[in-house]
Design a binder for this molecule. Structure first.
Ligand code: PEP
Ligand code: MG
Length: 587
């Protein structure tokens, strides 16, 4: 039977293909009757054995790299595996209930964790997380048909998962991943950003996927509308095949019609449009999309998906390649933004209750000068291969910015002393991603060469809405007046100090917001390269004078949805996308 599901479309495009499950373990395991309890018990023992081997290896590696304190987490997990009560309880229930062992493990873990979660003591809650992790690990080993990694897929398929972490997404098999459908996530979660970067259709925020889809089910996914159809009827398939073909032709034509050179408004104001880049492989598609440089290079993607940190030499080689691929266009490299959802077990092993408010980004770098300095040395060495700027993420105060700049000075001094070449002209900027930063932007502007607004985080922290949470996705509003006031303050501070201010969060790639962003006063926009053609065309369709009037009007309005509706109405009236498509078809 055809089942339609609705989620949040985060990366456009239509995919039609077989489903493949990835990490859909803990929540949705169904109770399948069994005949042979002994065989099931043997499967349980084997899965526990595999889990123990993996945990022991992790423990040893962590012990070597981070010491005993961090390794203790894995010992605690091993202790849970070896808990004397676990096996007898599974055996008893297997014999009495005659249900598959996956179901019993899941049920047991869920009921224990529920009990632990009700206890006030945070230690018990911590324990409940550990138990959940161990349960997931055993289940992962039991459900062997599930994918362990997205790196190598045997055939083209649509990945169905509860959640995909940024590191897993960065490592995806790009040839065979036809689409991503997940329970968790929001439009600016990193998996969505990566899906757009790789131009893989994606829908997030779907519910209980694991219990509705089985391996091999045929799926249709529409990444623009945010829909997934399970086992579609033949007529539905026909309709989507035709629509897919139409969209693909249109996309190719759009990319070809993209014009070279600077993007300029109708009244002659130049607004450079840059690409956001996560991996070296994205530099060529960004150039093809006619970007005028890279406005945000997320360097942390070189650090994830590996057992140890990249050396300075390896980083240098990588940054050099990025600079050379983009030269002579400018590249704004952002220093490491690890932590939060981009956890790196070798550095951020300690579990945090609120990782988004925790030890991440510049905080981590300032606490780990060994890591920070190695990266800065590599970046400065690569700066001679093009036009580099460097910016710091998650700056929240003047002291932090000064401290980061001090580390830069030390690195430059060291390179000078050793006669290593680097560019003396590298400008240093601060990202504005936290409300406090916008509130003190007038002071910060005196200490840096440019600002770049990270609206993904700024919205998250301004509105207290987790950017990756499906349930609160409707509250994540780029047109909230609170956010617009923070943008206004930041831009005024930049103007008063005579420094440029760019925006590199996902807002910059939404053509409906372009007129407002220009009217507020952003000097440049940096976005996923998939958005470049339409945003560049939209800039060419805008009058600065009208955009400024619009910004003044919007700042006097109150409701986020009314502001959005007004911007949408104006965007539709300009008809940029339609003109662009018409032009693409006739050229
Ligand atoms: C942002 O927060 O807007 C940003 C550009 O950084 P990231 O999305 O990598 O957190
Ligand atoms: Mg950010």
């Amino acid at each position: 039977m055809e089942i339609p599901l609705r989620g949040i479309g985060v990366s456009p495009g239509i995919s039609i293909g077989p489903a493949r499950m990835f990490h859909v373990t803990a929540l949705d395991v169904t109770a399948v009757p069994i005949e042979d309890p002994d065989a099931e018990l043997a499967r349980f023992d084997e899965a526990v054995g595999k889990s123990r081997t993996a945990l022991t290896a992790l423990k040893e590696q962590t012990l070597d790299e981070l010491g005993e304190k961090h390794a203790a987490i894995f010992q605690a997990h091993i202790d849970l595996l070896d808990d004397v009560a676990l096996r007898p309880e599974i055996e008893r229930r297997l014999r009495e209930e005659k249900l598959c062992v996956e179901y019993l493990v899941n049920d047991l873990v869920s009921s224990y964790t529920k009990i632990l979660e009700q206890v006030e003591d945070p230690l018990f809650r911590e324990r409940s997380n550990d138990l959940l992790d161990v349960g997931r690990r055993i289940l992962g080993n039991l459900l062997e048909e599930e994918l362990e990694s997205l790196e190598h897929l045997e055939e083209p398929c649509i990945i169905v998962a509860q959640e995909v972490s940024p590191s897993e997404a960065a490592n995806m098999d790009l040839t065979n991943t036809m689409g991503l459908a997940t329970d968790a996530g929001g439009p600016t979660s990193h998996v969505s950003i990566l899906a757009r970067a790789f131009q893989i259709p994606a829908v997030v925020g779907l519910r209980y996927l694991g219990s509705r889809i089985s391996r091999g089910d045929t799926l249709i996914m529409d990444g623009a509308k945010g829909t997934v159809i399970i086992n579609p009827r033949e007529e539905t398939l026909e309709r989507y095949r035709a629509e897919k073909e139409r969209q693909e032709k249109e996309r190719l034509a759009l990319a070809e019609a993209a014009t070279e050179g600077p993007s300029v408004t109708l009244d002659g104001k130049e607004i450079p449009t840059y690409a956001n880049v996560e991996l070296l492989a994205e530099t060529q598609p960004s150039r093809r999309a006619k970007c005028q440089g890279v406005g945000l290079y997320r360097t942390e993607f070189l650090f994830i998906n590996r057992a140890s940190l990249p050396t300075e030499e390896e980083q240098y080689e990588h940054y050099r390649k990025v600079m050379e691929a983009m030269a002579p266009l400018p590249v704004t490299a952002r220093t490491l933004d690890l932590g939060g959802d981009k956890a790196l077990p070798t550095v951020t092993a300690e579990r945090e209750t609120n990782p988004q408010l925790g030890w991440r980004s510049i905080r981590l770098c300032l606490d780990r000068p060994d890591i920070f300095k190695a990266q800065l040395r590599a970046l400065f060495r690569a700066s001679v291969h093009g036009d580099m700027r460097i910016m710091f993420p998650m700056i929240t105060g003047i002291d932090q910015l000064l401290e980061a700049k001090q580390v830069v000075e030390e690195v430059k001094e060291d390179l000078r002393a050793r006669g290593v070449a680097f560019s003396e002209d590298v400008k240093l900027g601060s990202m504005v991603e936290v409300p406090a930063t916008a509130l003190i932007a007038d002071r910060l502007a005196l200490e840096c060469d440019f600002f770049s607004v990270g609206s993904n985080d700024l919205i998250q922290y301004c509105l207290a809405v987790d950017r990756a949470n499906r349930r609160t996705a409707h509250l994540y509003q780029p047109t909230h007046l609170g956010l617009l006031r923070l943008l206004e303050m930041t831009l005024k501070a930049a103007r008063d100090a005579d420094i440029p201010c760019s925006i590199c969060g996902e807002m910059a790639g939404d053509p409906v917001l372009t007129e407002l962003l220009l009217g507020l006063g952003f000097n440049s926009l940096s976005m996923s390269s998939i958005s470049l053609p339409v945003v560049r065309a939209e800039i060419a369709n805008i009058h600065m004078a009208t955009a400024k009037r619009l910004a003044r009007k919007v700042l006097k309005m109150g409701s986020a949805s009314e502001i959005r509706a007004l911007l949408q109405e104006r965007y539709d009236a300009r008809g940029t996308l339609k003109h662009l498509k018409d032009r693409a078809v006739t050229t």
